[in-house]
Design a protein around this ligand. Structure first.
Ligand code: FVH
Length: 287
């Protein structure tokens, strides 16, 4: 059945082109549309069908994949053609906040459209390659029916019928990633202040972060237990470390945007009497 599933991709930015290309390679009759004309040339040459309008693109397929800029662009594109989506499966892979995904799910339900939301954990060149992962939530029926089509893009994982869950996980992972990457920018600026090679340092930082990340599952276990007692490296110990890191950063002339908020988080917990507890208690301070 999946071999014959017709797929339309709305939006031919970098990601839309990568997704459409994977569907074409996977043997699915694929129709593509983009607001600005002229972005479908390579895909058409590879076997896709270019549609002149959104309505034409939707009529061509059972599965409609939207991969547009943001929440507003999804409504801009789909509101005028909602009636034509009825009875088709809409898969929204545009990055939207969880509440925006839920709003789209309600909008779709109100029009009788089957809706599945997704969060793409990959960059365009990774699509269809090992390491690409896409998180889904919303209609389980849609997910189950088209899972083999989705797996052309990367591993496909379903999080439940709350349409906002996929993007909640997506944005939680991105928040984690951005904090890590900006941490590297801070560290690189410190090293560069002494004329050291940022390039050499980046290899060292990658190895260090990879090794330290092995402790994250243990963080999760402690947080779920709710027991933050520890006999090693409690928050008061961490406070001393953060005070020194802030001092070293200041001495290096590096802006404190990244490390000062971390120091503040730890200082606040120590001031509130939690100094003997583990660093993982920071979870309670944040939520
Ligand atoms: N690229 C990436 O690495 C990330 C990886 C994780 C997931 N994101 C999300 O995927 C969505 C699309 O990203 P993209 O990389 O394809 O983005 P662009 O290359 O900037 O293309 C944007 C497309 O959206 C169209 N568009 C924008 N506004 C409207 C609108 N109001 N009505 C209709 N279409 C619109 C735009 O069309 P045009 O400017 O060419 O006419 C592009 O097709 C995104 O949510 C990422 O966060 C990608």
């Amino acid at each position: 059945m999946a071999e014959h599933t017709t797929v339309t991709v709305l939006g031919l930015g970098a990601m839309g082109q990568a997704l459409a290309s994977a569907f074409v390679k996977g043997g699915h009759p694929t129709t593509v549309w983009n607001r600005t004309a002229g972005k479908d040339a390579e895909l058409v040459a590879a076997g896709a069908t270019g549609a002149a309008s959104v309505a034409e693109a939707i009529q061509a397929s059972q599965v409609i994949v939207a991969v547009l800029l943001d929440h507003a662009s999804v409504h801009d594109t789909l509101d005028p053609v909602a009636d034509q989506l009825v009875g088709r499966q809409l898969i929204n892979l545009t990055s939207t906040a969880p509440e925006q995904a839920r709003e789209l799910a309600r909008w779709a339900a109100g029009h009788g459209i089957d809706y599945l939301d997704g969060g793409i954990m990959a960059v365009p060149h990774m699509i269809g390659q090992p390491g690409s992962s896409i998180l889904y939530s919303g209609s389980q029926e849609v997910f189950d029916a088209h899972r083999s089509v989705f797996e052309l893009l990367g591993t496909a994982e379903y999080f439940g019928d709350d349409a906002g869950l996929a993007s909640l996980y997506d944005f939680a992972l991105l928040a984690n990633m951005y904090a890590m990457f900006t941490g590297f920018m801070h560290a690189a600026a410190m090293v560069a202040s002494a004329g050291q090679s940022v390039s050499d340092f980046s290899n060292r930082a990658a190895a260090w972060i990879t090794a330290m990340a092995q402790g994250i599952p243990e963080y999760g276990r402690m947080i779920e237990s709710g027991d933050y007692t520890t006999d090693v490296q409690h928050l008061a110990f961490q406070k001393a470390a953060l005070d020194a890191i802030v001092q070293a950063s200041r001495d290096a002339g590096v802006a404190l945007d990244i490390v000062a908020p971390i120091k503040n988080l730890i200082d606040r917990q120590v001031a509130d009497g939690h100094g003997a507890l583990a660093f993982e208690r920071t979870f309670e301070e944040l939520r």
